[in-house]
Design a protein around this ligand. Structure first.
Ligand SMILES: *Cc1c(COP(=O)(O)O)cnc(C)c1O
Length: 394
């Protein structure tokens, strides 16, 4: 049953509409971190790799994430940051199409994914090219020059959603490899990785999955392609037998070959605890609840606060779990909202972004949030000088 507010430690007086950027603290996570630090690291010291199951933790957590993205057990590896997982997926995908030189993404993608592509192109130095048409034109740019189509399913600014099944089919028909970034999908919308047949997917766990700041990222390889996947970051923990200390690299026989170095145990443990909240969540029920909250928000904002321009798709079928509005004074208005207890975020140049997370939000929260936002915008509360100051993280 949703919501499950009792799983989370949310501060009093806060309506949290930014779980799409950093999920809140699950109650079990703090206790688990304490246990890992004191009982495991403190008492068991290095023995804990065996005695506390540290070495098995990436696999265990990977299987829990896999369930949420419609992937089979054993097909998801955990570790590092999403930017690094993008690098690994892209490098492996390019190796699968040595005769092609084009990476196709779109100009709505999150910049880090595009920067990583640029960096990789420079490192390989073999004449590759990154193309970034507008998201709605991507389909027309898929052709036989394209080695890899690399897209983020849900646009971080607008919430616009790509059709994974359709685009993957078209990419495959043109002979391209498909990579999906699920940063704003995992824990937000139902994803069926295996059904969609894409070769790779990547994502992070500190957004909708509530793993905490810096929680490890994930990478999925379609199971039949594991053997054909050449790891570019061939670290010792992706080796078939790390403790043989061979002088040359031999990739693990499983998706674990996408692991690089020592796993971040504290972060994995807090993520593992965070995933407890998901055990009995049906992603379709979650999606229904998320659409209800978003629709309510859009309607109430339209009725009470016409200065905000909806820039997310109006059709919930092509919108993820966030709703964004354009407002010229969006930065100051968001600062004022935050001070008044409604936490969303701001994305340049003028986007006020609100995430809807049915695990800990209900219709009453939405109504209250709208009242506060309308007050700030309609009564020009945002004009206050303190709201104009730009902080380092927006
Ligand atoms: C949040 C996000 C990232 C962030 O990458 P990190 O390496 O975890 O900082 C990258 N790509 C997309 C699409 C994102 O939404």
């Amino acid at each position: 049953m949703l919501p499950k507010k009792d799983h989370f430690l949310l501060p009093d007086g806060v309506i949290y509409l930014d779980g799409n950027s950093l999920g809140p603290l699950p109650k079990g996570a703090a206790a688990r971190a304490q246990k890992v630090i004191e009982d495991e690291w403190g008492d068991q010291l290095i023995r804990a790799w065996n005695t506390a199951g540290w070495m098995d933790l990436p696999r265990k957590v990977g299987d829990r994430v896999a369930r949420l993205i419609g992937a089979p057990a054993g097909s998801v590896a955990m570790g590092d940051t999403l930017s690094i997982k993008v690098f690994q997926a892209l490098a492996a995908a390019l190796k699968m199409r040595p005769d092609r030189k084009v990476i196709l993404s779109d100009n709505g993608n999150f910049p880090s994914d595009l920067y990583i592509a640029e960096g990789l192109i420079g490192t390989i130095d073999a004449g590759h090219e990154l193309r970034t048409p507008a998201p709605e034109d991507v389909l027309h740019h898929i052709n036989e020059e394209v080695a890899v189509v690399m897209l983020t399913q849900v646009d971080y600014r607008t919430g616009r959603m790509h059709d994974m099944t359709k685009i993957t089919k078209i990419a495959h028909a043109a002979g391209a490899v498909m990579i999906w970034d699920l940063a704003h999908s995992a824990g937000a919308v139902p994803v069926e990785m295996l059904d969609c047949q894409a070769e790779f997917a990547v994502g992070c766990t500190y957004k909708y999955l509530n793993g905490g700041p810096g929680a490890p990222a994930f990478i999925y390889i379609r199971p039949d392609l594991v053997e054909a996947t050449r790891p570019s970051l061939s670290g010792w923990l992706g080796h078939d037998a790390p403790f043989d200390f061979d002088l040359s690299y031999r990739p693990a026989l499983s998706t674990e070959r996408m692991r690089v170095g020592t796993p971040p145990i504290l972060q994995l443990a807090t993520l593992d605890a965070a995933l407890d909240a998901w055990d009995d969540v049906d992603m379709h029920a979650l999606r229904t609840a998320s659409i209800a909250l978003s629709e309510q928000f859009i309607q109430q904002i339209a009725e009470t606060c016409p200065a905000l321009q909806l820039i997310s798709p109006r059709d919930s079928g092509v919108r993820g779990s966030q709703v964004s509005f354009g407002f010229e004074h969006g930065y100051a208005a968001m600062q004022a909202c935050i001070e008044h207890g409604v936490i969303g975020d701001f994305r340049a140049p003028n986007v006020m972004r609100f995430g809807f997370t049915p695990l800990y939000l209900d219709a009453t929260d939405v109504t209250k949030a709208v009242e506060i936002i309308a007050h700030i915008v309609n009564d020009a509360v945002w004009r206050g000088p303190k709201y104009q100051q730009k902080l380092r993280v927006t």
